[in-house]
Design a protein around this ligand. Structure first.
Ligand code: XMP
Length: 235
């Protein structure tokens, strides 16, 4: 398992941006053509593309794999299927995610027992991010176990963790607690209420932005403005 997520960091430095786009939908719907136009539009300002079930269920997985192949050099591709199964299935899922061209994947940490999958370096070379808290205000059960999940994340060979920009105090606590090599990626910017730059200001490394960009009439302009704000907080 990679703990140093070279590609994500290198693209972030090269573009002087910390945006990962959540590509769940586009105004006219998703197709290989509409996605190509969108990605070419934002390529200068965006480092990563997060793909989850909404896109995979709207398109064929072969279209998704081809899309990743076309843009592999331009973006870091992150699979957000929030995996939460028994270790042997998670191992299989991670290997299939990697086979489809993704650079990284997000999984839940609460099923525990993930050591046998993640701490064996021969298993997989994908970057893996553990989810320790969620942006929604009602995600209270996760919030109650924040300390345990954070501690558990350090016992796994993870590339980093996912923490919400809508709860910046959790990002701050995690940044102080986690080893510096852990990359913090943070959703909740824009449609869910957090301002661009909020997560970076509190110690995150990348901000995940969905509808604010994907549903905009002028995504290039929005991306440029987000990056301008982020550049105030680059470490
Ligand atoms: P919007 O449109 O709200 O999209 O900017 C957010 C994207 O991020 C995902 N999401 C989360 N993923 N922890 C996660 O791992 C969270 O707390 C969280 N909140 C939102 C969501 O699936 C969408 O793709």
């Amino acid at each position: 398992m990679h703990v140093d997520i070279g590609k994500l960091r290198k693209l972030g430095e090269a573009k002087s941006s910390r945006i990962i786009v959540a590509l769940d939908d586009l105004p006219g719907g998703v197709s290989p053509q509409s996605i190509d136009i969108f990605l070419e539009e934002i390529a200068k300002y965006v480092v990563g593309i997060k793909i989850g079930l909404p896109l995979v269920l709207a398109m064929d997985i072969s279209d998704v794999a081809e899309l990743i192949g076309r843009f592999k050099g331009d973006f870091y591709f992150l699979a957000d299927f929030k995996l939460a199964d028994i270790p042997s299935i998670v191992k299989k899922e991670l290997s299939l995610i990697e086979r489809n061209g993704f650079d990284g994947a997000i999984l839940h940490l609460f099923p525990l027992g993930l050591e046998e999958v993640l701490n064996d370096k021969d298993n997989i070379s994908l970057d893996v991010f553990g989810l320790v808290a969620m942006s929604h205000p009602e995600a209270r059960l996760l919030d109650q176990h924040f300390g345990d999940l954070l501690e558990y994340s350090t016992r796994l060979s993870l590339s980093g963790v996912v923490l919400p920009a809508t709860k910046p105090e959790l990002i701050q606590k995690a940044r102080k607690y986690l080893p510096p090599r852990y990359t913090i990626i943070s959703p909740g910017i824009g449609a869910q209420g957090a301002e661009p730059g909020t997560a970076l200001k509190h110690g995150a490394d990348f901000e995940i932005v969905g509808r604010m960009l994907t549903m905009s009439r002028d995504p290039r302009d929005v991306a440029e403005k987000i990056v301008e704000e982020q550049r105030r907080w680059l470490r």
